[in-house]
Design a protein around this ligand. Structure first.
Ligand code: ADP
Ligand code: ADP
Length: 223
């Protein structure tokens, strides 16, 4: 499902953030991406989401090398990956429902189909009834769940999230993780970058540890 072969990544003329990274992830795995700030966790997730190309080596997602895709094919691959970045990129001048509808605009669905999908996505993250709320009217945890609803409305096979529980209380954080677990249980391959090892221990079964100059693939989460 996801394969890195001798992947190097640097930005511009800078030094390698990631160097000679190799791993394979199977369909339906739940991974924890761990490591100190600035080590390259977000970079790793962006390579998987085809938001950044590798500087060297190959990243293969669902059988397709991200560096060999045409400009036309790239958006299709990106749609296979639901991305929740640290900045949720919610649109603050649109209500929750229209935020979730946004990715569907390019899908060629009629408005009833799109609305049904958006409603289903909001229901899956526990936001039914909040359709008319603007993002600022939602709590931090609800905003994060709205970002998840928008990320999954296209039914991606892979879900990646960068620190989705940062700044949330324990209960909201668990609620977010339960949402990811529910998607993972129906077969969505899930990768979560987090600093909260104890929280992740209840969900992930494998850790990709990204440290400066070092990458380690670990079975399980050591609390
Ligand atoms: P983490 O998610 O582990 O905090 P990042 O992947 O965000 O790490 O960043 C790894 C390193 O790459 C940092 O030194 C960061 O400053 C640098 N970096 C990240 N994105 C860019 C970018 N777009 N351009 C230049 N440098 C970047
Ligand atoms: P647009 O503003 O893009 O024309 P509409 O507001 O007409 O979109 O909504 C398109 C579809 O989404 C309609 O089927 C509508 O019933 C549904 N919809 C819009 N807003 C909401 C909402 N807050 N809650 C539930 N369904 C909504």
């Amino acid at each position: 499902m996801i394969e890195f072969q001798h992947v190097f990544k640097s930005y511009g003329q800078g030094k390698n953030i990631l160097a000679d990274i190799n791993f394979r992830i199977d369909v339906g795995e739940f991974l924890f991406v761990s490591g100190p700030s600035g080590a390259g966790k977000s970079t790793l997730l962006k390579l998987i989401g085809a938001l950044e190309p590798p500087s060297r080596g190959s990243v293969t997602i669902k059988g397709q090398r991200t560096d060999r895709l045409s400009a036309r094919a790239l958006p299709y691959l990106r749609r296979a990956v639901g991305v929740i970045l640290q900045d949720t990129h919610l649109l603050y001048d649109r209500n929750a429902f229209h935020n979730v509808m946004l990715p569907l605009a390019v899908m060629g669905l009629n408005s009833a189909q799109a609305a049904n999908r958006a409603r289903a996505a909001m229901e899956k993250v526990g936001l039914s009834g909040k359709e008319d709320f603007y993002p600022v009217e939602l709590s931090g945890g609800e905003q994060q769940r709205l970002a998840i609803a928008r990320a999954i409305v296209n039914r991606p096979a892979i879900l990646i999230a960068d620190e989705p529980t940062a700044n949330l209380d324990q209960e909201s954080a668990r609620r977010i993780m339960d949402v990811f677990r529910d998607f993972n249980r129906v077969g969505v391959t899930t990768l979560i970058a987090s600093h909260d090892r104890a929280l992740m221990a209840g969900y992930a079964t494998r850790t990709l540890l990204v440290e400066p100059g070092r990458f380690t693939d670990i079975a399980g989460v050591r609390a």
